[in-house]
Write a protein that binds this ligand. Structure first.
Ligand code: HPA
Length: 276
């Protein structure tokens, strides 16, 4: 079982490091159906996940599975187009490996995007929502096992897992470019089955506004390394039982595709404004 071995992280970082001169301080992780932003980078250098040592391949439909380095204006950016999930059978440490590797290469700020089911009644399908905080219900944590003190502390603080300053900047930038941006708490579940309506009522009761199957392992690893995080969910569907209809993965991907332009607009304006 993969437990976050530092040797594997540095293997992958070295493999990438000799293939590009870029050392992005900002990294973006793109979720289901949200891969489009990578194409915005100029002078792209692309690495298929399957070619990077130890990097988990992303097997979920709608995930491109490549790491892209390039420039947004003069800003060096790393984009993970597609990610690994626990439901694919990876450990939380393996899910977070990409974040670790980019951290080793110099990333200090991470922007995570994901597809999520909308629990809060004020969200509509297609809404973009800033993640204010998360609830980890995945029963997993990337920090399980021996702690590597060189990476971070045994018991990292998570009281500002999603940087307050970054959230304020995101709200300001969204206003400037005319993008509606909600804010809410993201509950992470294991999946891959969608929730039952009873589970959604439970999640609402405990304070969740969105539900999804990703992101928290990566955010925990990034916080552990002292990096700052921002999270944006795309409400691809209303959560189970909110509407009298079934949830289909095709709907999730379709919504991601429809929101793609808005998300790209927001990210392009936002990334240069994040303080590092
Ligand atoms: N539940 C969990 N994960 C999701 C959903 C959902 O409704 N939509 C997109 N990812």
């Amino acid at each position: 079982m993969y437990r976050g071995d530092a040797g594997l992280i540095s293997d992958a970082a070295k493999w990438i490091g000799v293939r590009t001169k870029l050392r992005p301080k900002i990294a973006v992780v793109l979720g289901s159906g949200l891969g489009g932003f990578a194409e915005e980078l100029i002078g792209r250098e692309e690495f298929l996940y399957t070619s990077i040592p130890h990097w988990p391949a992303s097997t979920a439909a709608g995930h491109a599975g490549k790491l892209v380095f390039g420039l947004l204006g003069t800003l060096e950016v790393a984009v993970m187009a597609g990610r690994a999930h626990l439901y694919e059978g990876y450990t939380a440490a393996h899910v977070a490996l990409g974040v670790r590797v980019l951290g080793e290469l110099g990333a200090k700020a991470f922007v995570f995007t994901n597809a999520a089911g909308g629990i809060h009644a004020s969200f509509e399908r297609g809404a973009l929502v800033l993640i204010s905080d998360h609830i980890n219900l995945q029963g997993a944590n990337p920090l399980l096992g021996p702690n590597d003190e060189a990476l971070g502390p045994r018991f990292p603080d998570m009281s500002e897992a999603y940087s307050r300053a970054y959230r304020e900047t995101a709200k300001q930038v969204a206003k400037e470019v005319g993008v509606r941006l909600g804010e809410g708490v993201y509950a992470a579940v294991l999946g891959p089955s969608y929730e039952t309506p009873a589970e959604i009522r439970y999640l609402r009761t405990i304070g969740a506004d969105m539900v999804g199957m990703s992101t928290v392992a990566e955010v925990i690893a990034a916080n552990h390394m002292g990096a700052r995080c921002l999270g944006i969910s795309c409400v691809t569907n209303m959560a189970a039982g909110v509407l009298p209809q079934k949830i289909h993965h095709a709907e999730v991907l379709e919504t991601g595709e429809a929101v793609r332009g808005t998300l790209v607009k927001l990210l392009k304006a936002l990334l240069p404004r994040l303080e590092i």
